[in-house]
Design a protein around this ligand. Structure first.
Ligand SMILES: [Zn+2]
Length: 419
């Protein structure tokens, strides 16, 4: 049965994300790195409209973060859509995002093909591009091929947004950063430019008296464009750090925070599956630093050392389930014992939440967390949120993770002036 626009407007009912079982290995997890075929050139998805006058139906990809490579008509009210990746080889995280509308209300059948990559995401829909619901089972059916699925839905004159995940665009992250900038202890600055010359922004959260900071926490995110749940958690985590609570105020009196919420703005704007505009996975570039995005963030993080000691590095991502990629507890680092204490504190705050920790995953990969650990001798963690993690739980856990971090850093880092 198609579901109707009217039902979307009552859609809070349907808000619970579908829980699906993904038997594949985690997308950010290992990939033993055999020799890769040469990188193909980056191909942009067109920003255009596809009009099917015989049905009165129009599809379009004319908005940030859209990705729709081709759209053809199979028959009355039936269409085949394809999302191709920006280049290959590539991790199978097939992003897609488009709008569809019809002159008169009518059902449509939309077959999505993700070009040999298994459909990782259950489509989300929105009538305004801001509030999203996950399509229920009667409106989205996976195909016999793992890279295909079919949406059956009612559309009308108002555009319906359809995307792999709810869209958190570069513009959304920029306006979030600007809203934090209104706080007296938050400054926003450009730290560099992407391949496509988009600004890379950092937020400096610093309420410490001059020279009195015990250290600085580094938080980065969105190296991988489709990893929206990572952005949602990053924002909640940072909002907890800047909140007007006694705990957060005590933290801010002693610690600064450097936040780079969007490391790959070109990838997000272009609806990329994984890479930057050079077709490179930035989270495999933290040894060569071939890319302007990784160089800019590295230099901003290194510059922290001029006034403060980095004490923790967190890099937010998304994969099939929530997992923390950490160092092993026996590795020497300062503050010692942080990671174990942090996650125990999180478990105490959200007892129902099953914490999965994978120490020392892929130690040879050139990820930001391996670099930060080597460079500074600090705990450095890739914080992965599940694609399908319940969004309310995600908010609860991200806030609790920030509170637990605050408690542990206050307890473990000596109160000494910056060097
Ligand atoms: Zn990732």
């Amino acid at each position: 049965m198609p579901i109707s626009h009217a039902r979307f407007r009552r859609g809070a009912l349907l808000c619970a994300a579908l829980t699906l079982t993904f038997p594949l290995p985690a997308a950010d997890a290992p990939a033993a790195a055999p020799a890769q075929p040469p990188r193909t050139p980056v191909v942009a998805a067109p920003a255009r409209a596809w009009e099917f006058a015989e049905d009165g139906v129009v599809f379009d990809s004319q908005f940030p973060a859209a990705r729709l490579s081709e759209c053809t008509r199979l028959g009355p009210g039936a269409y085949a859509l394809t999302s191709e990746p920006e280049n290959r080889p590539i991790n199978p995280s097939p992003w897609f995002a488009f709008r569809v509308r019809a002159e008169r209300p009518r059902p449509v059948s939309i077959r999505i093909n993700t070009a040999t990559a298994r459909l990782r995401y259950v489509p989300k829909v929105s009538v305004d591009g801001r509030r999203w619901i996950t399509l229920p089972a009667e409106a989205f059916v996976r195909g016999e091929r793992e890279d295909e699925g079919t949406i059956r839905i009612d559309v009308g004159p108002e555009p319906l947004w359809v995307a792999a995940q709810e869209i958190v665009s570069g513009e959304d992250l920029d306006s979030w950063g600007r809203s934090l900038e209104s706080l007296p202890f938050v400054a926003r600055r450009e730290i560099g430019r992407s391949v496509g010359r988009r600004a890379l922004h950092a937020l400096d959260i610093d309420a410490t008296a001059s020279g009195a900071a015990s250290g600085c926490v580094v938080i980065i995110g969105r190296q991988h464009p489709p990893e929206v749940t990572g952005s949602l958690a990053l924002m909640r985590f940072v909002e907890t750090v800047v909140a007007e609570t006694p705990l957060a105020r005590r933290f801010r009196a002693r610690f600064a925070v450097l936040v780079v919420p969007l490391v790959n703005p070109d990838g997000v704007a272009g609806g990329h599956w994984r890479h930057n505009l050079n077709g490179v996975d930035t989270n495999r570039d933290w040894d060569r630093f071939d890319q302007p995005e990784t160089r800019a963030v590295r230099d901003a993080v290194r510059a922290v050392r001029e006034t403060r000691r980095p004490v923790l590095h967190l890099d937010f991502h998304s994969t099939f389930s929530d997992v923390f990629y950490t160092q092993t507890d026996d590795k020497p680092m300062q503050p010692a014992g942080f990671t174990k204490a942090w996650l125990e504190g999180l478990a105490t705050r959200v007892p129902s939440y099953a914490i999965k920790r994978t120490p020392n995953a892929n130690p040879t990969q050139a990820t930001s967390h391996h670099w930060a650990h080597r460079e500074f001798g600090i705990p450095a963690i890739t914080y992965e949120l599940g694609d399908n993690t319940d969004r309310a739980l995600l908010q609860t856990v991200a806030a609790a993770a920030a509170e637990s971090m605050i408690e542990q850093l206050l307890a473990l880092v000596p109160e000494t002036p910056a060097r």
